[in-house]
Ligand binder design. Structure first.
Ligand code: FDA
Length: 397
């Protein structure tokens, strides 16, 4: 029977980082991956350029039933630690926006960097390998990898979330948690586009592909970023962000002109440019293609587009401005796990030590990365959680 200090299930971001961390301490490490390739989500991330971290990572960028849980891991292995590793491997990168760091060339650079580190510490990686029959035997864990018995002192579950079902089967980590009697909180798709009603889709089909700088709010989430019209509804960073805070049936409030209180701006323009048409003023905020469609379907004011400002009553202008700044929409649903970047919910953090990522009641059993109920905002935060939680576990296996 083969014996290892550590067996890690899942060769994604968290699992590979955990392997490096444990390997660097001289431990013998086996990583078991059921797919043919390691790090598939890293490869597909950031449009192929992997937004590998965010310079401004803070605990407030994460959602969890216990918002304090992520603090310890994030402070033990920070974004700067990962950036150091990227720099050590001479991977060219750049800040795209809002502290988001992307590879200049390809996500492959990040996977290669992780593999190089793993091999430096003699980490064994078995792909196309199924882990089964996992059980605790005294102070050890026994399992089978592709039917062969293996024993380890520490077992790390790094099986990720439920997004992109075509990469499945998913859910192993949650099943295992339940097998060990650990609570799994309800899961849902997050960082995901909204699907709007068919009527809405018909009205806005012509805008598919257009984007707008907006503020989107739902529940406690408020984000100022771009919104993209799609054939099914709405997407783009602002929408993906707010989707993590949205519950079915709830509304989303959009400010389509976040730099300006339009009600008072319209009144001012009426005084200063009384002969200007409403559509010309709207053109300062929306593209020529958007103005008539927004006016017709959202403002119900298409008949006023060619009217000069002097002829539009103040009350109407105030109302139009207000509607553009506080547009309330009711998404029908989201696109679900098929296109979601992450899974909200997962293993209840109450069962884990935040300092080590070990299950408090089962010494030697660890859960890391997305399988745990910690979900980052869009912008490199989810990988940072994978690096931080993976590193911390590897220091404590
Ligand atoms: P991850 O899913 O990476 O890895 C889990 C691994 O476990 C997989 O390799 C899987 O095959 C394996 N596995 C599962 N069950 C198994 C079993 N039973 N036996 C063996 N192996 C098993 N985040 C970010 O910060 N920046 C970004 O740019 C992006 N972009 C992005 C794009 C897209 C399209 C998606 C879907 C997601 C992102 N993300 C992202 C999110 C990010 O990819 C995600 O949060 C991390 O990959 C999570 O890392 P984990 O290691 O926890 O899971």
């Amino acid at each position: 029977m083969k014996q290892y200090d550590v067996v890690i299930i899942g060769a994604g971001a968290a699992g590979l980082m955990c392997a490096i961390s444990a390997g660097s301490r001289g431990q013998s490490v086996l990583v078991v991956e059921h797919a043919r390739k390691v790090g598939r989500k890293i490869l597909m991330s950031g449009g192929g350029r992997c937004n590998f971290t965010n310079m401004y990572t803070e605990p407030s960028n994460f959602l969890s039933q216990n918002p304090h849980f992520c603090k310890s891991a994030l402070s033990q292995y920070t974004q700067w630690d990962f950036i150091d590793m990227v720099a050590r491997h001479q991977i060219p990168y750049h800040e795209k926006t809002l502290g988001q760091l992307f590879c200049d060339n390809s996500s492959k650079d990040i996977v290669q960097c992780l593999l190089t580190e793993c091999y430096q510490y003699d980490v064994e990686i078995q792909t196309q390998c199924q882990a089964s029959e996992i059980e605790q035997k005294g102070s050890h864990f026994a399992l089978k990898t592709n039917g062969k018995p293996v024993e380890c002192g520490a077992l790390v579950i790094a099986t990720g979330g439920l997004s992109i079902p075509s990469m499945g089967p998913h859910g192993f980590g949650y099943q295992l948690a339940e097998q060990f009697g650990l609570e799994v909180l309800p899961t849902s798709a997050a960082l995901v586009p909204f699907v709007m009603s068919t009527r809405w889709q018909k009205q806005f089909v012509e805008l598919a592909g257009s984007s707008l700088d907006i503020t989107a709010q739902s529940g406690d989430g408020l984000f100022r970023e771009a919104m993209l019209f799609t054939h099914k509804g709405l997407s783009g960073p602002a929408i993906l962000q707010v989707s993590s805070y949205w519950q079915p049936g709830q509304s989303v409030t959009l400010d389509l002109a976040p730099t300006t209180e339009l009600a008072s701006w319209f009144l001012l323009q009426k005084q200063e440019q009384p002969k200007t048409r409403l559509k010309t003023l709207l053109g300062q905020y929306f593209s020529r293609r958007m103005v008539p469609i927004i006016a017709q379907h959202w403002l119900k004011a298409e008949d006023k587009l060619d009217t000069v400002m002097a002829e539009i009553p103040n009350k109407v202008l105030e109302e139009l401005g207000h509607r553009l700044n506080y547009l309330e929409l009711y998404p029908e649903t989201t696109e679900g796990y098929k296109t979601a970047e992450v899974t909200l919910g997962g293993l209840n953090t109450d069962v884990l030590s935040s300092k080590t990522m070990m299950v408090k009641s089962i010494p030697g059993l660890f859960f890391i990365g997305e399988v745990v109920d910690v979900t980052g905002h869009l912008g490199g935060y989810n990988f940072q959680w994978a690096w931080s939680s993976g590193w911390v576990a590897g220091q404590n296996t």
